[in-house]
Every structure is written in C-alpha cells, then in structure tokens.
Design a protein around this ligand. Structure first.
Ligand SMILES: [Zn+2]
Ligand SMILES: [Zn+2]
Ligand SMILES: [Zn+2]
Length: 165
C-alpha cells in the first residue's frame, strides 16, 4: 500500500516527520518502489515478447498450412485448390498468402532482394531452423536451408518453383 501511493504520501505531514526521524526508511521505500517499477517493466516486456512470439508462431503455422494444404488461392502444385469457399482458421494466412504469392512470382527472389521476399526468406529460414523433419516437410525451401546449414550443397540452385496460384 505504501508502495502504491508514495507520491501522495511523501507530501503529507506524517511523512515529513517520519523522514526527520528515520531518513534511511525513506531510502528503503524509494528503492522498493523503483524495484516494483522495474518488475512492472519486465513484466510488460515479457508480455510484449510473448505477443511477438505468438504472432511468429501463428505465421509459422500458417506457412506450413499453405505449403502443405494450400489455402484459398495458393498452394503446392500437387494440390487441388478449393477456391475461396473454405474459411481458413489461420489468422496469419491472409497476409502470408499474398506474401507467398509474391514470392513465387517475384523476379528477384533473393535473400537481399525486395522487402517482401526478404520477409519471406526470414520466415522460411526460421521455419527450417525449427523443423525437425526436413525430408518429409512440405514447407518451401525447408531442405534448402537445412542443406545450407550443413554446408553440403551450398551452391544448390533453387528448384522449388512449383506453385499453383
Ligand atoms: Zn489458410
Ligand atoms: Zn520480391
Ligand atoms: Zn520444414
């Protein structure tokens, strides 16, 4: 309770009396407020980090879903797309859909290329790092990144251009 209202309390008479009588107590109280403030900041930071993590997680799920099943207007070429009649449960899907569409069409399509492709590469690379079944994984470039990581086929050309859009 003291912690909460330190500002208003510190201007009261009782506080001034206490201060004269026991200056170190004030210091202690101020420190405890600062600590409480820091804890609050840390908590907020954690919440913020969690939010970013969740968004990223959603993007990852949606990415895999697009690469595996296809969604609405985009998907792997061996899948029959269901068109727009199916409502998609993945929140991040809509944004990803256009990103993937761009990625499959964009001329540059290199890691340092246009801003959309850059984002796509980041996502794909992130997926590949978390993916533990690259051999059966349908995600775009998943194996490419794995191979790049293991340094075996560094110069392998991108051959995954098979999208029905
Ligand atoms: Zn979807
Ligand atoms: Zn691009
Ligand atoms: Zn994968």
């Amino acid at each position: 309770m003291v912690v909460k209202d330190l500002k208003s309390v510190s201007s009261t008479e009782g506080w001034k009396v206490m201060r004269r009588a026991n200056p170190s107590l004030e210091q202690e109280l101020v420190e405890s407020v600062v600590k409480a403030d820091l804890r609050k900041q840390e908590r907020l930071k954690k919440i913020e980090e969690r939010k970013v993590y969740l968004q990223l997680y959603e993007a990852m799920e949606a990415l895999l879903h697009i690469c595996r099943d296809g969604c609405r207007t985009i998907g792997p070429c061996d899948k029959m797309l269901k068109g727009s009649q199916v409502a998609c449960n993945f929140l991040a899907c809509k944004g990803l859909e256009s990103l993937v569409r761009h990625f499959s069409k964009c001329k540059s399509r290199v890691p340092g290329g246009c801003i959309h492709c850059k984002r796509m590469w980041k996502l794909l690379e992130l997926h590949s790092r978390m993916c533990d079944e690259p051999d059966s994984c349908k995600a775009l470039l998943c194996r490419h990144f794995k191979e790049k990581c293991s340094n075996k086929q560094r110069k392998k050309k991108l051959s995954e251009n098979c999208w029905s859009t």
